[in-house]
Design a binder for this molecule. Sequence first.
Ligand SMILES: [Zn+2]
Length: 287
Amino acid sequence: MPMAEDEKMPVDRRDFLRTAAGAAALVATAPVSNPALRGPQRGALSPVAAQQAPASGDPAISKMKERVALATRMLASEGIVGSSGHVSMRIPGTDHVLVGPSDVSRDVITPEDVVLVDLESRQLEGNRKRPDETEIHTGIYRARPDVMSIVHTHPIYSVVFSVIKKPILPVHMHGAIFAEGVPVFDSVGHINTRELGDGLAGALGHRRAVLIKMHGAAVVGPSLEEAFVAAFQLEENAQQQLLAEQAGVKVEPMTPADVARCMKQSWRPESIQKRWQYYVDKLSLKA
Ligand SMILES: [Zn+2]
């Protein structure tokens, strides 16, 4: 008789996921205590990391790996990533990037699965395999020094806009953060070469998100929490726009004044932390 999936999962991974969810829920309740919400965190790491030495053993790096894994599990739990998709963080002050692996189911990723790459997409550390699409991350990090975290998702509704060739408009108050537009990178398939990574970064430009045609999205931010929350808001806005357009009327986006008001009201550090915490708590209840 075949084993149930739960029985096949190594015991240590199951135990980790149970305890990690509870611990994350406790840690993340401190409001806006997360330094990631205060900017790029330069200087926050030990001299070891700043000198671009291997990242193993540095407590700050271990903490970053925990957050990358947690964010990935939360995205998977909500269906924003499926069997593929990944989260990354740039290690402040270095050319190194922590990224989720290609070969672990996203619902069960642990910090030990997170791998270290450089900006040339070479894997430096890790027990697992770097993503085939590491260039999504490294291409953008090379071009955007302000970006400290990237979420690569496969969002159902957002990707529809890359198929129907209509722009995503800010039609939900949380969609105000995309008022500058969400460009489409016109290449179907994996972003797995330097040329494609550079091309994707070029399509993104200075914006917050870019769609990859018939495939997915890359959402960026100055912190993990900001990129993570924005990834949800992109998909929610896209779903709302598609529903509105099905009503058969011309859909008008919010005005620039609306955008400014919504940003002020719902894109504050407290707002971002609140949404992050919501998903942390939700996942911890499932553990
Ligand atoms: Zn992908």
